[in-house]
Design a protein around this ligand. Structure first.
Ligand SMILES: Cc1ncc(COP(=O)(O)O)c(C=O)c1O
Length: 379
């Protein structure tokens, strides 16, 4: 099946009891058993739920994986992966990634004796050089949030696979429509399904996809033991969102390209971060491993003063000033004070995330209206 067909049919079987074409929302906490230990495969809803099961099947299919697991948020999915590790283990990760992942690693897991090394993963030699006998996991984000840096997933897999190091990729920014890390040698794909998979800014959700049955068992054990599971209504919303991922992503990419080029030609804009520009340092890799360049764009104004940056952030009418991304509506965000505020300023600046960076999640409205909105705001 081609991707656009898979997105519509993934995990969708008519309900056997009624023929309902859409997966019902099984709003139940437990299941009646015929006799002790004799059940229909469902015992207690933290461990199994039919709506979640359908979604987990869909997750596997859309990332070309064998298994999918659903979590109550993207951060909960990330948390489950780190719980595979123990004291003394080391993780190599990007020095530019979602602030909430950084906060989870530094503020929650470091105190349990797991060590995180932050390197510029766009140069894969930095990863090879950081590997020690204790390295158990490489955690990648590509494109990164918010600087749109690109890392060559296959090149990193060539380093991790021979050394039995797990490679996990946060694929939130690309979505399965643009990039499939398992095909490139990754062991685990993670999504904040809150974003493009849900697509309508109405649910918090996360997921993991993988091919290895042992790894799936370990992660399923963590999922049911730690309990960060999504409710059935949320699973239904993600199942519904996935059906339109293809049409939405096409529109996000088309609008993203128009807006990135328009911003770049604006006299008041100093720099635009978008991997579709031929002179973007990651362009060649992005072209190789992604199907298109997406609708996430960051930029800085020539006037990098705080008041001008804040004025633009507060002046758009269609682009709503809000955290999050990947919904049908356009959002504008100030990473320094919003999504990435948990990263110490010094660390942020060192890695190129300035106070004046503005991030756009380009929605699927008419591109001319979006450009008009930015034109009025930037002036
Ligand atoms: C790239 C990326 N990864 C992970 C997350 C965390 O996901 P959630 O907010 O669903 O917990 C986010 C949230 O913004 C994100 O942008």
């Amino acid at each position: 099946m081609k991707l656009d067909t898979k997105l519509i049919h993934a995990g969708a079987e008519p309900d056997p009891s009624t023929g309902a074409i859409m997966t019902p929302i099984f709003q139940t906490s437990t299941y009646v058993q015929e006799a002790p230990g004799k059940n229909k495969g469902f015992e207690y809803a933290r461990s199994q739920n039919p709506t979640r099961k359908a979604l987990e099947e869909a997750f596997a299919i859309i990332e070309n994986g064998k298994f999918g697991l659903a979590f109550s948020s993207g951060v909960a999915a990330t948390d489950a992966v780190i719980k595979l590790l123990g004291p003394g283990d080391e993780v190599i990760c990007a020095n530019d990634m979602y602030g909430g992942s950084y906060r989870l690693f530094t503020k929650v897991f470091e105190k349990f004796g797991i060590k995180f090394l932050y390197v510029d993963t766009t140069d894969t030699r930095n990863i090879a050089n950081a590997v020690t006998a204790n390295t158990k996991l490489v955690w990648l984000e590509t494109p990164t949030n918010p600087l749109m840096n690109i890392t060559d997933i296959a090149a990193v897999a060539a380093i991790t696979q021979p050394q039995n190091i797990l490679l996990a990729v946060d694929n939130t920014f690309a979505s399965p429509y643009l990039q499939n890390p398992l095909d490139l040698g990754a062991d685990i794909v993670m999504h904040s399904a809150t974003k493009y998979l849900g697509g309508h800014s109405d649910v918090i959700h996360g997921c993991l996809m993988m091919n290895d049955a042992d790894l799936r068992e370990k992660l399923y054990f963590i999922q049911k033991s730690c309990g960060a599971v999504p409710g059935p209504m949320d699973c239904f919303l993600i199942l519904r969102g996935i059906k339109t991922l293809g049409v939405r992503m096409k529109a996000h990419c088309e609008n993203g390209a128009k807006i990135a080029h328009w911003l770049r030609s604006h006299p008041k804009v100093a720099k635009v971060y978008w991997p579709g520009f031929e002179d973007h340092p990651g362009y060649a890799v992005a072209k190789k491993q992604m199907r298109d360049f997406g609708g996430m764009i960051s930029f800085v104004l020539k006037d990098e003063g705080e008041s001008e940056t804040k004025r633009v952030l507060s002046s758009t009418k269609l682009f709503a000033l809000a955290e999050s991304l990947g919904g049908v509506e356009s959002l504008i965000n100030h990473p320094a004070t919003m999504t990435h505020a948990s990263i110490p300023r010094e660390e942020r600046i060192k890695n190129g995330l300035s106070d004046s960076l503005i991030r756009l999640s380009v929605g699927i409205e008419d591109a001319d209206d979006l450009i008009e909105d930015l034109k009025n705001a930037i002036g």
